[in-house]
Design a protein around this ligand. Structure first.
Ligand code: ADP
Ligand code: ADP
Length: 225
């Protein structure tokens, strides 16, 4: 199954074409990565998939249904969740409260799913009751991921999930993302850390100047960069 697909996506900012007819598939049970230099169009593509930007042409489909006109919150409800590079964690809420808010915005609203997500990300101890404002970046990134996961998404869009993490935290993140993929979730990751992409991704798409210029397994695509 390929729950999320982009077809011929084109985005222009005035005269400038930021995305130029991009086709992309985000299949279930796989980790798909998008890499490329600054300005290649990765964020623009991400926004089109997440529903925070309407393309000028082309469409986004979820399970074969055209969701191009569907706003971000409705996509989250359908099961397309995302994380933010600028974390979307509420500072005055506790870790558990943040994750509960995430679950309420998602596909399923279920207290057991919240508990499972907290456990999966190692947030089930005393930290669950601390206000998010007091936590270090690595923990906040886990809260951000938990917030997106608690609603049981079919597709998870990750914007630079390893930014600001140390090596040990990246290793934990990699393990969690692999487990999610093994469970059938479709993951898309936009990531600057090419070592992580190499370790994690099943398929890599390299972008340049608004197009996908190479696609394939990491050893093939990353070695050619
Ligand atoms: P990446 O994420 O790969 O760095 P972006 O998608 O952010 O690339 O940007 C692609 C190109 O579009 C860049 O040249 C960027 O400056 C330009 N761009 C992005 N957003 C806007 C905007 N709102 N207005 C004008 N140009 C933009
Ligand atoms: P992020 O990866 O956090 O989205 P970006 O650098 O891609 O960061 O973009 C930050 C914001 O600035 C986005 O809203 C983007 O649309 C906007 N932006 C990026 N490049 C330009 C540009 N050349 N002109 C105007 N806005 C831009």
């Amino acid at each position: 199954r390929t729950p999320l697909t982009a077809r011929e996506l084109t985005v222009r900012y005035g005269e400038f074409t930021a995305l130029d007819g991009v086709d992309l598939a985000v299949p279930a049970g796989r980790i798909t990565a998008v890499v490329g230099p600054n300005g290649a169009g990765k964020s623009t593509l991400f926004h089109c998939l997440a529903g925070t930007l309407r393309p000028d042409a082309g469409r986004v489909e979820f399970d074969g249904r055209d969701i191009t006109a569907c706003p971000a919150h409705a996509r989250t409800r359908l099961g397309v969740a995302r994380t933010f590079q600028q974390l979307a964690v509420f500072p005055t809420l506790t870790v558990a409260e943040n994750v509960r808010v995430g679950a309420e915005q998602g596909r399923v609203r279920d207290a057991a799913a919240v508990r499972r997500t907290l456990t999966l990300l190692g947030l089930d101890g005393p930290v669950a009751h601390r206000p998010a404002a007091d936590l270090p970046t690595g923990t906040l990134r886990r809260v951000e991921l938990a917030r997106a996961l608690a609603g049981g998404p079919h597709v998870l869009l990750l914007d630079e999930p390893a930014a600001g993490l140390d090596a040990a935290e990246v290793a934990v993140l990699a393990t969690v993302l692999k487990a999610l993929a093994a469970d059938g979730t479709a993951l898309l990751i936009v990531e600057h850390d090419l070592d992580l992409v190499d370790r994690l991704a099943d398929t890599v798409h390299a972008m340049a100047a608004g197009r996908i210029v190479a696609s394939g397994p990491p050893e093939q695509v990353l070695d050619a960069l």
